[in-house]
Ligand binder design. Sequence first.
Ligand code: ATP
Ligand code: MG
Length: 268
Amino acid sequence: MSEQSADSARPTIIDLPKGKHAPGVAPVRATGTAPAFLSVHDIHAYYGESYIVQGVSFDVREGEIVALLGRNGAGKTSTLRTIARLADPAMTHGEIWLDHHPLHTMKAHEAARMGVALVPEDRRIIPGLSVEENLKLAQIAPPLGWSLERLYELFPRLGERRKQEGVTLSGGEQQMLAVARALSRDVNLLLLDEPYEGLAPVIVHEIERTLEEIKALGMTTIIVEQNAIAALHLADRAIILDMGQIVFQGSAQEVLDNEELRNEYLAV
Ligand SMILES: Nc1ncnc2c1ncn2[C@@H]1O[C@H](COP(=O)(O)OP(=O)(O)OP(=O)(O)O)[C@@H](O)[C@H]1O
Ligand SMILES: [Mg+2]
């Protein structure tokens, strides 16, 4: 990339494909010093013949929260699924390194063992099992993460409802259970796909507070959200996807401050 911004002090990491520039944002090279904990390099992925993830590259430092944003169909879920090494979409090119381990050579169960935890949009609470049984099932094989006691401390509502069938929880409580289930494994990289989806603002605030607590523990996290403002308040950095390609990388504050950018690429 030959273009350089005059504002080289701005700590923006960007790798825009030619001709794809976010409005008002010039591409700037990384100036960071800490090595990346997660390094996603030029990944390409397909559902069958459909070319969806089109050369996505970004780094995440340890303990950082990155908001992965973009309109419906931009490729956010597909990017998370590729990082978690699910079979679909199929990754045909690129590298993904997590703490020096080559995720791109791994299948989903191996990535999970490396501590990659994807909390999917539909939450996947297992029917017929209580809250506690859902959590215990996740803890059936090592490496184990948080104990039940610690999870119930973080999510008191789950503790109160430990005997209740998981699928009868409210939407917000099911989201808490989905996050708790992820933490019950030894997580190095938390991938949250629309954790606030369909939830009332008061419940969004409750989950936000919990995610702040998890953030304070230094959990490296990628959060995908339609509720971009909420995600940007939690995140350190933001990446905006459009049609399977990155159109912006920068600080969360830059996106909050750039209305033009939000209007063009986000539904806010
Ligand atoms: N299983 C699939 N088979 C074929 N195409 C798919 C499949 N899943 C997603 N796609 C397509 O891939 C593109 C990106 O979808 P993706 O789910 O990654 O978008 P997204 O950014 O997460 O959108 P949303 O905000 O609506 O969740 C879309 O055009 C979608 O139709
Ligand atoms: Mg999605």
